[in-house]
Design a protein around this ligand. Structure first.
Ligand code: GUN
Ligand code: FE
Length: 452
């Protein structure tokens, strides 16, 4: 095994556990061997641990007083080819927005030169914002999707990447010709990803949504996911108009979620984006199938899709993570997703009034890290600092050179954490580790950005 990425980090670590949304671990050391956490102990015992774990001579990084480390953010729902549109075209509701802005930009990615440049900018920006794992939609184009995988691999991010399937109710210039073509291309995609032997990337089956895929296609995609034991991602109950359209297209089904269930798309490895307008039977169904929900609050507000009652789903033990849903959401950062999660939850509490407990900042942090790992069925290896998990982590520096965050009070760790959550940004994310490997520093970012 290559030891050059082995490292020991000493200082303050903050993470979510299954029982607490944010635990502050002061004066600790974490040893990282072969990309995974080998030990966590008190800082005073670092030498003993190095000896015990056969890691003498390993590079040691000591955090300064106000620095701390958190697990890398997990974006459970993002459309890489929509990044060129991030921050524009938010004047229409979902279905009109797809036709007017989204399908046109996605169709551009069949041009591999355009795709290479736009995808590199997108992945780089997502990574700079501290997303160490992302669950991406690409486009219907297989070769461009493989190019996206190569770029993610090159930049060192962990990702699930889906070639999008859509064969009906889509524009002539952006649609797959038949079920056969859609399935054959998906098979070609899966085989190509497997043959490239990436260490941090896996394919995910990606029927866009029930409006754009016929029943036969959805069934065959469900079979394909089962055959290859792959995760699945799709959109569910994002807007009321979308739900009505699905009910019209599939009159013989109990509900929108039932369409996915009857076509074999609801598994314990399914990521369902939005889920704003679920009925109680649909909540029961996705809970029984152990699906995860990607909460995309920026998108839900920007496209005026609705206000998800995240507290209600969490109380019913639905797995939940956060998604930026670029470019329905205009911001590529999970910090933004956490903040908007809290605004939406506060709004719920104002609307419901009696006894409603909105989510707090620590709960949002838990959703952004451990929650995301659960939704992506990766909680055994990701989401917090536990021995045996990959070391995917961010070094946060509240006092970095261009920081816009000022610290005043005495409870240093807690104040720095809260202030970063609400007022920090990518300028405070000083170092990024994925599988123990440092993947990005400002110099690299500058060289990529300068190609604009
Ligand atoms: N539903 C189907 N496609 C999309 C998409 O690209 N973005 C969002 N937000 N919802 C969708
Ligand atoms: Fe989406």
């Amino acid at each position: 095994m290559d030891k050059k990425n082995d490292v020991v980090l000493c200082g303050t670590f903050i993470h979510a556990t299954n029982t607490e949304s944010a635990v502050i671990l002061n004066d600790k050391c974490i040893g990282v061997k072969d990309g995974k956490i080998e030990f966590i102990d008190d800082i005073s015992l670092v030498e003993k641990n190095l000896k015990q774990h056969n890691m003498e001579g390993t590079k040691i990084i000591k955090m300064t007083e106000r620095q701390f480390m958190i697990p890398g953010f997990i974006d459970t729902h993002i459309h890489a080819p929509q990044y060129p549109n991030a921050g524009k075209g938010l004047d229409k509701g979902l279905l009109e927005w797809l036709e007017t802005y989204t399908f046109p930009v996605e169709s551009k990615f069949k041009d591999l030169k355009y795709a290479a440049s736009a995808y590199r900018k997108a992945v780089n920006r997502v990574l700079c914002n501290g997303t160490t794992t992302a669950c991406y939609y690409a486009t219907i184009d297989t070769d461009a999707t493989l190019l996206l995988c190569d770029i993610i691999n090159d930049l060192g991010q962990r990702a699930l990447v889906g070639k999008v399937n859509m064969n009906i109710n889509s524009p002539d210039y952006y649609v797959e010709a038949s079920v056969e073509e859609s399935i054959n291309e998906t098979r070609r995609y899966i085989e190509a990803v497997k043959s490239r032997k990436y260490t941090t990337i896996q394919p995910i089956i990606t029927p866009r949504f029930a409006i754009a895929c016929c029943k036969t296609l959805m069934k065959k995609l469900g079979d394909l996911a089962e055959e290859h034991n792959l995760p699945i991602q799709t959109h569910l109950c994002e807007t009321k108009d979308e739900v009505s359209f699905v009910n019209k297209l599939f009159p013989d089904y109990d509900s929108y979620a039932d369409v996915y269930d009857k076509t074999g798309l609801l598994t314990e490895k399914t990521v369902l984006a939005h889920c704003v307008h679920l009925t109680q039977p649909e909540i029961d169904l996705i809970k029984n199938r152990k699906c995860g929900v990607s909460h995309c609050p920026n998108s839900n507000l920007s496209l005026r899709s609705g206000l998800l009652d995240a507290r209600n789903l969490l109380q019913q033990d639905i797995k939940m993570g956060l998604g930026t849903d670029v470019s329905g959401g205009y911001h590529p950062s999970i910090l933004d997703a956490m903040r908007v999660t809290l605004h939406v939850s506060n709004t719920q509490s104002l609307l419901k009034q009696n006894g409603y407990t909105p989510l707090n900042m620590k709960e949002a942090f838990s959703l952004a890290t451990l929650g995301g790992a659960k939704v992506l069925s990766m909680e055994d290896v990701l989401g917090n600092f536990e021995v045996g998990k990959y070391f995917d982590a961010l070094l946060i520096d509240p006092c970095s050179e261009h920081s816009v965050l000022d610290i005043f009070d005495d409870d240093i760790a807690n104040d720095c954490f809260e202030k970063f959550m609400f007022t920090g940004d990518d300028r405070n994310i000083s170092r990024i580790f994925i599988g123990g490997k440092e993947v990005h520093n400002p110099v690299d970012v500058f060289s990529v950005q300068s190609t604009c």
